[in-house]
Design a protein around this ligand. Structure first.
Ligand SMILES: [Fe+2]
Length: 246
């Protein structure tokens, strides 16, 4: 059994389509989506319509939730780029997404099982960069979940972690946003994977053990770069061009 895991598309329909093509080429028919599907300066409506049509098992990301849980004036800039474009059907789809879900042996959440806006495998370290959490801190957040595989997104950082006993936590990285600046809490925080490729993961149950591959898919981002520049999001244009935040 193979399962493709996508997350943090952030309205980047070109990256999503590249990933979907790669998944199809490998003959994988089942896909789950860990959320943050729509916020970002690209094409939120095309992304929403594609995801609604696909009907993937999907959980709600913090940026998805922020598109419907507050007045527009209180939304962040990532949401302002898309909120006036999205259709009622797009917003209704977001509102119905669960915070967590399961797919057989696999548990899905966006951030942690407890919160859509908390990092699970990494924390903010010095120099505004992510550092790996200690095992106890990772285990603490897995309390109460007894699935052999747990999936999370949110940090845009591809990681595979094993807990005591061999259970796996997998973060597939971000399909559409390889680098960003987080200004919500001082000091500002930079995330960068250092490559522009669209990220996803393939989970496989093989010989009684769950394994995972972290995949990087190059794609043509030129139209997305134009869309970002048209919205004044030059740092996002740079981020999807290079995978670095400048
Ligand atoms: Fe995200």
């Amino acid at each position: 059994m193979r399962l493709a895991v996508i997350s943090d598309i952030h309205s980047n329909i070109a990256a999503l389509d590249a990933v979907l093509g790669d998944i199809e080429r490998r003959g994988i028919s089942k896909i789950v989506n860990l959320g943050d599907s729509l916020s970002g300066p690209f094409d939120a409506v095309a992304t929403a319509d594609r995801l609604i049509e696909l009907g993937l098992k999907t959980v709600c990301g913090n940026h998805d939730r922020q598109l419907f849980d507050r007045p527009v004036k209180d939304m962040g800039v990532w949401e302002h780029w898309v909120i006036f474009d999205l259709t009622d059907a797009n917003i209704d789809w977001l509102k119905k997404l669960p915070m967590t879900a399961t797919e057989g042996d696999v548990f899905l959440c966006h951030g942690t099982p407890q919160s859509d806006d908390e990092n699970w495998l990494d924390r903010r370290g010095t120099e505004s960069r992510l550092v790996a959490r200690d095992m106890a801190a990772v285990e603490e957040r897995a309390k109460g979940i007894d699935h052999p595989v747990m999936l999370c997104g949110h940090t845009h950082t591809p990681r595979i972690v094993r807990l005591n006993g061999g259970r796996m936590i997998l973060n597939p990285g971000s399909v559409g946003c390889p680098a960003y600046l987080d200004t919500r809490k001082a000091p500002n925080f930079v995330h960068q994977t250092g490559a522009p490729d669209a990220r996803y993961a393939i989970l496989e149950h093989r010989g009684g053990v769950w394994t995972a591959d972290l995949i990087a898919v190059p794609y043509d981002a030129s139209h997305m770069i134009e869309l970002a520049r048209a919205k004044g999001a030059d740092s996002w244009a740079q981020a999807i061009s290079t995978g670095w935040f400048v």
